[in-house]
Design a protein around this ligand. Structure first.
Ligand code: 2P0
Length: 335
């Protein structure tokens, strides 16, 4: 792993003019996303440069709205879902550290207001949409007029998966190879898939014992299975790209489920082991496998947590709503 060859500020400063003029306020929206081929492991932890390329679906209007305005004092205020965050909280500190990469030496206090439209019951992480929306709002606020690929690269420095939340639809994040990471950016795929559905099943709302950043680092450092992961992810990406182009649901969803299970295998074989599943997670997986045996076209994916995301098409929706009473349905290519 290459560590801290370049800092975030060193990379970003290459692309910013010496002085920036702040507008009165700016607003932006970015969607949340769910990976079909997971980002798991970093080659550079400072710039969030991944060891593999990944592919996701953005979640339409479910994501983060961010507004930036002047606080008319030197004090920064960070609000999340209408609640002012403690200045010592990790949320406040992470947001301000990111804003400071662009504000630099300017002595202006800012109000950063973020509202998530992701259902609170959904069990989805919001760092991807949060950092993407913050990056888009900063671009407008400081009138940076960055290209999409630069927005993706800079959002990645806030949180890796935020590189994908700059776009809607299917999104491919290319791992890149440059030291400054400016080729580690996402792009959108052309395919639309209006019948596609994602069903969220939240089995627990407890805070996860190990966050995904720590989990990723522990896995790369201690799992003997991890060395096989980048090659599998590369192969899965080709399968997914083809399946999406052909709108082959079974090929796409089966590959996504296999990819998620393989990522979890690397987690389970880390030391100390990282088992994000709860007994209820396994019960849902087994029900999905039974349904598939009986001919229902349903698959799942999971991230660094116990909740499941079912993948299916509209034709199976009614049946699955009966099977899983707690299903929260997302239409990624809806209005
Ligand atoms: C993903 N995850 O591709 C994978 C699958 C979790 C499991 O992206 O450290 O919050 O901020 O770059 O983006 C979660 O990782 O991590 C994630 P950082 P991030 O969706």
């Amino acid at each position: 792993m290459i560590e801290n060859c370049l800092s975030k500020a060193q990379v970003i400063n290459r692309y910013l003019p010496a002085t920036l003029t702040a507008k009165e306020h700016a607003t932006a929206f970015a969607p949340s996303n769910i990976a079909l081929c997971k980002y798991w492991g970093k080659r550079d932890t400072e710039l969030n440069l991944p060891t593999n390329s990944s592919l996701s679906i953005s979640l339409g209007h479910l994501g983060s709205h961010t507004q930036i305005s002047h606080s008319h004092s030197n004090i920064d205020i960070v609000r999340l879902n209408n609640k002012v965050q403690d200045p010592q909280s990790s949320f406040h500190l992470k947001v301000i550290a990111f804003v400071n990469l662009f504000r630099r030496s300017q002595t202006i206090g800012l109000i950063i207001d973020t509202r998530n439209t992701i259902p609170t019951a959904a069990g989805l992480a919001s760092s991807a949409s949060g950092f993407a929306a913050l990056m888009l709002a900063l671009d407008d606020f400081f009138d940076l007029q960055l290209a999409d690929q630069q927005l993706s690269a800079f959002a990645r420095m806030g949180s890796g998966s935020a590189s994908r939340s700059i776009y809607s639809g299917f999104v491919h994040w290319e791992m890149g190879e440059q030291l400054d990471g400016m080729d580690s950016v996402a792009h959108q795929l052309d395919t639309q898939w209006p019948n596609l559905r994602i069903g969220l099943i939240k089995v627990s709302s407890a805070q996860k014992p190990v966050d995904s950043r720590t989990g990723m680092d522990r896995t790369t450092a201690t799992s003997n299975l991890y060395q096989n992961w980048p090659a599998q992810a590369a192969a899965d990406l080709i399968t997914l790209d083809n399946a999406i182009k052909q709108r082959d649901f079974h090929a796409m969803a089966a590959c996504a489920e296999h990819n998620a299970m393989s990522m979890h295998a690397t987690m389970i074989s880390a030391w100390p082991p990282l088992v994000y599943w709860l007994p209820e997670s396994l019960a849902v997986m087994q029900r999905v496998w039974q349904l598939r045996e009986s001919g229902v076209a349903v698959y799942f994916t999971m991230d660094a947590g116990p909740n499941l995301k079912l993948l299916f098409e509209q034709s199976s929706q009614a049946l699955l709503e009966t099977e899983f009473s707690q299903l929260d349905i997302i239409v990624p290519f809806g209005d």
